[in-house]
Design a protein around this ligand. Sequence first.
Ligand code: 523
Length: 136
Amino acid sequence: MTEQRTDPVVVVAGALVDEGRLLAARRSTPAELAGRWELPGGKREPGESSEEALVRELREELGVETEIGERVPGEWVLKPGYVLWVWAVRLRSGRPAPQQEHDELRWLTRDELDSVDWLDQDRPAVAEAAARLLPA
Ligand code: 523
């Protein structure tokens, strides 16, 4: 019997940090995710590196140019066949503004992280990113 395996779809997301705060983005679409908060990002497309995909997604979703830093160690299962990878990201130019996928953005200090309703699957990723990237 042959075992069939396919690589998981990689969803890349950014932990944007500025002045000790982490950017949270509220999804406006699709309906089942609307109103929940996430680290912004999206699916890697064929032929793209993860970093290229993340720069593209953050440009499309937030209207900013970014510099991708270190990967936040870990891999979080979003649903069967999909995994979330996260990078530390710094702004290079522009000020994040919601485009199509989000309807609100907030910069959160470590103490404010629990004030938004994160997508369940983003919670452990946010905790790991905050522990590494935000001041205590
Ligand atoms: N998540 C998720 N958390 C998170 C992201 C960026 C994405 O749980 N921080 C989920 C939501 C979707 C799937 O991953 O089920 C794909 O994310 P999406 O819709 O942001 O990716 P796009 O922008 O590549 O999606 P398409 O419009 O489908 O191309």
